[in-house]
Structures are given as structure tokens and as C-alpha cells.
Design a protein around this ligand. Structure first.
Ligand code: FUC
Length: 819
């Protein structure tokens, strides 16, 4: 305890001095070697590169976001329609295993189980004579989106800087030495692609041209072209078949352009050659410096919107991999800040408007057959990638995901019609760049029908943050289509008479009581998603004054969905039957969708469910796969338990191998499922925001889950629903000292805070009660739960808070200080 107090004091003492401390950099005093997860990621949303920082043999591994195996294809299974009534009957008869067998035989796809996101290749630079070196240092500066490697050989210091330019759409690398004429190296390409050619096309240009692979019966037809062109100052350039030699240069600049023929999920008639050449010609005319500044400006337009200061300690002075090793025992709040901002860096770098959404590995992959094909798992992982988008002020970067939802709504109409005989649209648990919507992998995983329902909620979330009615009107048909699928797919449960999704699953979990089959009727997550799909659709229709008759149908059906159930152990039931195993520590806790990202379970409105959610979280335990721990940070934040949320951050921020049976973090701060999966990075970044601010449950809750280790700090730039932006929020001794909130849309600002505040210009704040009149904070009533007779449910004791209402006007900033 004494030790802890000392740590707190140290943290208080040094907080606020982040300017003088290591900035937002990942840095190391050793090269990556052959370990891809040591290399540093750079990206511009379309191009991704992993920079190894090796001295004698440098590798820059390259990706382009549209380089996927296969070509436009669908994977519906039309046999499903005939099998559907029998599958339902088997489930209602308690023969889940037989239903699963039937689904495997007649509902699962007979075609592609999804295509592969594939690498383009790597650029290799060989520096003969650089085997022995001193003063080694490499870094990724996430304030500038530039990576750097520097070292000394024979008294000469060599420096390499590399970026993936946002405006110029090329990878640009500059190599310098502090002595004229010292740069001599060779450059060559390699690729794991089997259908590709590499050649030197002139004394300073290398090309790589290829077509992606066939996979699962789908012909590989994405053509890609990569060009690396080198410009030197001094020295000489020459080439043989496939290698460029640079001798005695003062500086060298390498421009890498990559493009594909991909236009959209239905069209691959683009001209990859012309595209790659156009980007290259434009960039090649510019110096590295001329590429650098606009790149930094374009990046900082997003990145600089949010700053976070949790204090800093001596621990921050060590290289990043050392800090990761020490994090569990050291007090290193600045590592949390770094990790938080790294999540934002990764989203900016892997998801840009007009491009593809960040996939399982964002945009960084070196394998021809990456884990889970590096595609989009939409029963959690792809959504998690976008949890930080709105709240960390990167709303525009949500666009690739939102467009994917639109494309799924197009592709998924046929799936809904052909497989289930419904109107509307749906998707199962996975998709890829071709927007497949059929069920894949096996019924245990694939027989989940809520991919459309859940992803469509991101459209609503985008509206709630920005209040753009035009946007809402443009996506209204997608919301309506998602709801229409449910209208047709729901059936009456013969025993309980509720309307249930069946077949459905609680993602990837299979209760022993059901013969370890996941197929069921009315799983809690399916009910919660149907609840959200209907209630958001009703609200969208009311806002846009449309479809009155349809709203009546939805309201009627909404009231017939199963309520949540609290089971014998006081847990939130995962299934309609009370069959949860309190020892089950499955990574998916899908029934807590209702706690986060949804808001059906609330500390204030549904205290029994809130208590049951906590029991469930405790049953499932902490250590798990990386993404599961990331989700748990958000859940414990919603439980208003900052110390437990922090414990999950500690679990996540450990080197891989530290958590027996669980995930952790690689040296480059990539999340480890394991293997690398980027969702955990994004999930944790969202969770850290949720610890400091939540906009849910009818109010903006400030410091809802502050852990004891961050008694003092500040954050600026995060956003809340209803167009509110936290211009700054400062706290000291776990009490808010100053809060400035900008209202962009006007409306009532309801704040829940841990200590009494007043307007800075003087004047008391009005205490709030009842439903928040601000429509962006409307809370849907959650039906009363069904509670087992055996359950002992007591409402949790909450920390005391104050609730204020402040009327706001668009464009105005409201400054509050502690009383
Ligand atoms: C889901 C998860 C796995 C993994 C995969 C990509 O299937 O259950 O843990 O994250 O997606």
C-alpha cells in the first residue's frame, strides 16, 4: 500500500509535464531482426508498410488495401430455404446438435469461405559493410506519422526516414549520411505472390506486376503494380535484371507507388499500370521535404484533435519494448497515453475516406494466407475497429466501414431472399472485400444472422454523434432493410410465445446443455440486436417522418421480443434457458452487447441487469484473447469500475506469453490475439475513452471510471453524442477542476459528474432529472428482466454523482469549474 501511495504521489508530482518528456514515439535500441511484429507500421489508408529498421539488410514490407485473392463472387446457399423449417423445428424440440448438423449440410456455404487479404511484396535494401554498427536507434513518431532508423558505421551516421504520404499516395523514403558520398546500397523487390514478375525497368526503377491467387474456387483477378524509383544526389546508379545499385551517393530518395485494378466490390476494371504510374510521376517530381510537410499536415488534421495527459514518470524514459515488459509493475501512465494515441494513429493510417475499412490486421499483412484471411469478422472484430472512430474525433474515418455496411446491404438482399425467403438484407458473421454475405466456416460460427443488424447500428451511431439529417436520410433505406429482415425472420417461440431469431447463435459459444451446439432460438445477443434494430429504425422513421404503418408493426414486434433473463447464479443469461456455466471463460461475452456498445443495460435505469452483467463479467474472468480484453476495458468502464478496467489494460499491455492462455501486446504495440489482430488496439483505445467519458444512458458522464492510478490528468478533443466536444477536461485528486464543452448542434447538455461544478463566469448549474430533453440522449426503455427464483440480485452501490442540465447554443463553449 505504501508503495502504491508513493507511486500515486510520483504520478501527481510529474503530471502536466508531458511536453518535457518523451513525446508520442515508439522507439527501440535494437532492430526488428526477422520478427514482423517488431517492425513499425506506417500507412495512408490505402498503402501499408512495415519498417523493420534492420541495418545491413533493411526490409520494407508492402501492402495495398485492395490486393485480395479472388474476384467478385457470392457465396449464398439456396438449399437453406428448404432446410429452414426443419432446422427451426429441431431447435424448438431441443435437438440443437441435429439442427447444427443440418445447417452444416444444407445452410452453410458450398462456395467461398471468404478471400484472403494478401501482401504485394517487400523492398530490400542491402548495405554491404554495415554488419557492425553503433548508436542504433529506431522510432515511429506518431505525432508526425514518420518512421526513422539511425546508426553509425565507421564514424559515419546514417539516417533513414520513411512515410506513406496521405496527399501524394506513395511511400517515400529518404536515406542520408552525415558524410558526403557515403551512401552505397542495393535495392530489390521480393514477393510471396506466385503469379508476379519483378524486374528492373531502368537504372533507377524496379517494378513488380502480379495477379492475386485463386482461392476456394474463386479465380484470383486483382492485378497489382508496384514501382520503386530512386533519386540520388551525387554518386551513381546502375541496375541489372532485378536490382538497382547505388554507389557513393550523398542522399537517396526512394518513391514507391502501388495500385490495383480494383474499383469496387463488383468492378475490377481499373488500370493498375496507369494508376501506379500517375501517383509515381506526380510524387517523383517532388523532393522528400516537399512530400513530408503536406503529409504531416494531412495526418495532423486528424491526429491533433485529441490530446491526453495522464502524467508521466521515469518509466517513460525507456525504450518501448522495455516499458511494455515493465508495465505491470511500473507506474507508467504515459505508456497508456502512447497506446491510446497509437490506436488513433492506426485508425488514421488504415482507414481513410473512400478506401477499404480496416480489416483484422488493419492494412498490415505479410502472409499469403493470413490468420482468418485477414478479412472482416462482423460478429465483433470489425465493429470493434470502429469503436474509437466517433468518440476520439475521427468521425470521417468511419466512412469506409459505413460504406461497407451500404455494400453489405446491397449484397445481403439476395442472401436474405434466396436463403431465408425474407425481404430486407442480412449478413452472417464474416465478409471480405467482395462483400460476401453467406454463412462460412461451420454452423458453430457461421449460423449467426445478425451481421446486418449489428453493422447497421454504426450508421445510427454516426448520426447520433453528428446530427446530420441528410446523412440519416441517405442511410434510412439501409436501416429499414435491416429491420425488414428481422420482421420476416422472427418467429414465435412455441413455448414462450416471444418472437425469436432462429436459427441464431450467441457467437461462437456452445453450451454443454445443448450438446455443445451453438444453434438456438432467442439468444440474448440476438434479442438485443433485434431490439436495437427496431428501436433505432423507429426513431429514424420518426425523425424523417416516414413509414408510419411500418413503425406500428415494429413497435408491436418490439414488445414481443424476449426480455433479458437473470439466471440462477445472478448472471445475465446468455441463452433463453438458464444454462450458463459459471466456469465458462469463453472469449465472446456476446450477451453483454447490451451493456456495451449498446446501452440497454444501465446502472441507473436497470439496476438488476447491471448487477447481473457484473456477475457475468466476473464469471468469465479477465485474461483472454487480445480483443476480448479490449472489450472488457469498455465493459468495466461501463460498470464504473476504473480499477478493474485498468487491470484489463495491464493484462493487455504485457508482452505476449505473460498471460497464460491469453493475449497481450507485441513489441510494436500491435495487439496479440495471438496472433496479431488490430481489434484489440482499437477496443482498448475506445475503452480508455469510456473510462474518462461516456455518452450513453441519457447524459455525458465525466470521469465515470477513473482508476486510482490516474488521479490527475487532462484530455481534450474527445466527442460525445449530440455534437458535443470536450474542448478540455482537467481533473486533480480524481475531482474535475475544469471542463469546457463545445456545443455544435445546440440542445440540452446533461452532465453527470463526480463533484459539484459551477459556471466559470459565475452562476449555479441546474440539477437535472427525468428523461433528457435532448433527442440525441433519448433512452429506450429496457423491458423488465425475468429473474430466476434462485437468483440473489442486489443492486450495486454506485459512486455518488451530480446531474446537471445546461441549455446550449450551437457554436458556443461552456466552461465549468469546481465549486
Ligand atoms: C472470431 C473470434 C476469434 C478471432 C476471429 C478473427 O471468430 O472468436 O477469436 O478473433 O474472430
Amino acid at each position: 500500500m505504501k508503495h502504491l501511495i508513493c507511486l500515486f504521489l510520483l504520478s501527481i508530482a510529474t503530471s502536466g509535464f508531458s511536453q518535457n518528456t518523451p513525446g508520442l514515439k515508439l522507439w527501440y535500441d535494437t532492430p526488428s531482426g526477422t520478427t514482423w511484429e517488431n517492425a513499425l507500421p506506417i500507412g495512408n489508408g490505402r498503402l501499408g508498410a512495415m519498417v523493420y529498421g534492420n541495418v545491413e539488410k533493411e526490409t520494407i514490407q508492402l501492402n495495398e488495401h485492395t490486393v485480395w485473392s479472388g474476384s467478385p463472387n457470392r457465396n449464398d446457399n439456396p438449399d437453406a430455404l428448404a432446410a429452414l423449417p426443419q432446422a427451426r423445428q429441431l431447435i424448438f424440440d431441443g435437438k440443437q446438435k441435429e439442427a447444427e448438423d443440418l445447417a452444416n449440410k444444407s445452410i452453410l456455404t458450398k462456395k467461398s469461405h471468404g478471400q484472403l487479404f494478401q501482401p504485394v511484396g517487400s523492398l530490400h535494401l542491402t548495405f554491404n559493410g554495415h554488419e557492425t554498427y553503433t548508436n542504433y536507434f529506431r522510432e515511429l513518431d506518431i505525432e508526425r506519422a514518420v518512421a526513422k532508423t539511425t546508426y553509425t558505421v565507421g564514424g559515419v551516421t546514417y539516417t533513414r526516414e520513411i512515410l506513406t504520404s496521405f496527399p501524394d499516395q506513395v511511400v517515400a523514403m529518404q536515406l542520408t549520411a552525415n558524410k558526403q558520398g557515403s551512401l552505397s546500397f542495393s535495392a530489390s523487390f521480393s514477393t510471396p505472390q506466385t503469379n508476379a514478375q519483378i524486374k528492373a525497368t531502368s537504372k533507377n526503377e524496379l517494378t513488380i506486376s502480379g495477379t492475386t491467387s485463386d482461392h476456394e474456387g474463386v479465380k484470383g483477378m486483382v492485378k497489382f503494380k508496384g514501382i520503386a524509383r530512386i533519386k540520388v544526389d551525387g554518386g551513381s546508379l546502375s541496375s541489372n535484371d532485378s536490382t538497382i545499385l547505388i554507389k557513393g551517393a550523398n542522399t537517396a530518395t526512394i518513391y514507391i507507388s502501388i495500385a490495383s485494378n480494383f474499383n469496387n466490390y463488383k468492378d475490377i476494371n481499373g488500370d493498375e499500370q496507369a494508376r501506379a504510374a500517375t501517383y509515381l510521376e506526380k510524387a517523383y517530381g517532388k523532393s522528400y521535404k516537399a512530400i513530408l510537410s503536406p503529409h504531416i499536415a494531412a495526418y495532423q488534421k486528424y491526429f491533433n484533435r485529441v490530446t491526453l495527459d495522464l502524467g508521466t514518470t521515469e518509466a517513460a524514459k525507456l525504450p518501448t519494448d522495455q516499458r511494455l515488459k515493465n508495465f505491470r509493475t511500473a507506474n507508467d501512465p504515459q505508456l497508456v497515453t502512447l497506446y491510446y494515441q497509437y490506436g488513433r494513429y492506426l485508425l488514421i493510417s488504415s482507414s481513410q475516406p473512400g478506401g477499404q475499412p480496416a480489416n483484422l490486421q488493419g492494412i498490415w499483412n505479410h502472409r499469403m494466407k493470413p490468420p482468418w484471411d485477414s478479412k472482416y469478422t462482423i460478429n465483433i472484430n470489425a465493429q470493434m475497429n470502429y469503436w474509437p472512430a466517433e468518440k476520439t474525433n475521427l468521425s470521417e474515418l468511419h466512412e469506409p466501414f459505413l460504406r461497407m455496411v451500404k455494400e453489405l446491404s446491397e449484397a445481403g438482399q439476395e442472401t436474405a431472399r434466396v436463403m431465408y425467403g425474407t425481404r430486407g438484407w442480412m449478413a452472417h458473421h464474416n465478409t471480405d472485400i467482395w462483400r460476401i454475405t453467406g454463412p462460412i466456416d461451420g454452423a458453430l460460427w457461421g449460423m449467426w444472422v445478425a451481421g446486418g443488424g449489428w453493422t447497421s447500428q454504426h450508421l445510427w451511431e454516426h448520426y447520433l454523434y453528428n446530427g446530420d439529417k441528410k446523412f440519416l436520410a441517405s442511410v434510412y433505406p439501409i436501416l429499414k432493410g435491416a429491420a425488414t429482415f428481422y420482421v420476416d425472420y422472427l418467429v414465435e417461440h412455441p413455448k414462450y410465445k416471444w418472437l425469436v431469431v432462429t436459427p441464431g447463435t450467441s457467437p461462437e459459444n456452445a453450451p454443454k446443455a445443448h450438446g455443445e451446439s451453438s444453434l438456438d432460438a432467442g439468444t440474448t445477443m440476438d434479442n438485443q440486436i433485434a431490439f436495437d434494430v427496431f428501436s433505432t429504425m423507429i426513431r429514424a422513421a420518426e425523425i424523417l417522418k416516414q413509414d408510419a404503418a411500418f413503425i406500428d408493426t415494429l413497435k408491436q414486434m418490439l414488445s414481443q421480443l424476449p426480455p433479458m433473463h437473470i439466471g440462477q447464479y445472478g448472471q445475465l443469461q446468455e441463452w433463453l434457458e438458464d444454462i450458463d456455466d459459471p466456469k465458462d471463460n469463453h472469449r465472446h461475452i456476446s450477451h453483454l452487447y447490451g451493456l456495451f456498445p449498446s446501452n440497454q443495460i444501465s446502472a441507473y435505469r436497470t439496476p438488476e441487469l447491471f448487477s447481473a452483467a457484473k456477475t457475468t463479467l466476473i464469471h468469465r474472468g479477465d485474461v483472454s484473447t487480445g480483443w476480448s480484453m479490449g472489450w472488457k476495458v469498455n465493459w468495466w468502464a461501463r460498470m464504473q469500475d476504473g480499477n478493474h478496467a485498468y487491470q484489463l489494460i495491464q493484462n493487455q499491455l504485457t508482452p505476449l506469453g505473460t498471460n497464460p492462455g491469453g493475449g497481450g501486446t507485441y513489441n510494436n504495440l500491435f495487439d496479440a490475439h495471438p496472433p496479431f489482430q488490430i481489434d484489440g488496439n482499437f477496443g482498448c483505445t475506445s475503452g480508455i475513452t469510456e473510462m474518462l467519458m461516456q455518452s450513453a444512458d441519457g447524459a455525458i458522464h465525466l470521469l465515470p471510471a477513473l482508476p486510482d492510478v490516474w488521479p490527475t490528468g487532462s484530455i481534450s478533443g474527445i466527442r460525445a453524442q449530440g455534437g458535443f466536444e470536450v474542448v478540455t477536461m482537467q481533473w486533480n485528486g480524481a475531482k474535475l477542476t475544469k471542463v469546457e464543452i463545445k456545443s455544435t448542434l445546440g440542445g440540452n447538455l446533461r452532465l453527470r459528474v463526480p463533484n459539484a461544478l459551477q459556471l466559470s463566469k459565475g452562476g449555479a448549474l441546474k440539477n437535472a432529472s427525468g428523461q433528457n430533453p435532448n433527442p440525441f440522449y433519448f433512452t429506450e426503455s429496457t423491458p423488465a428482466p425475468v429473474i430466476s427464483d434462485k437468483a440473489n440480485v442486489t443492486a450495486l452501490r454506485l459512486k455518488e454523482t451530480l446531474l446537471y442540465d445546461i441549455p446550449t447554443q450551437p457554436g458556443k463553449v461552456y466552461t465549468l469549474i469546481a465549486q
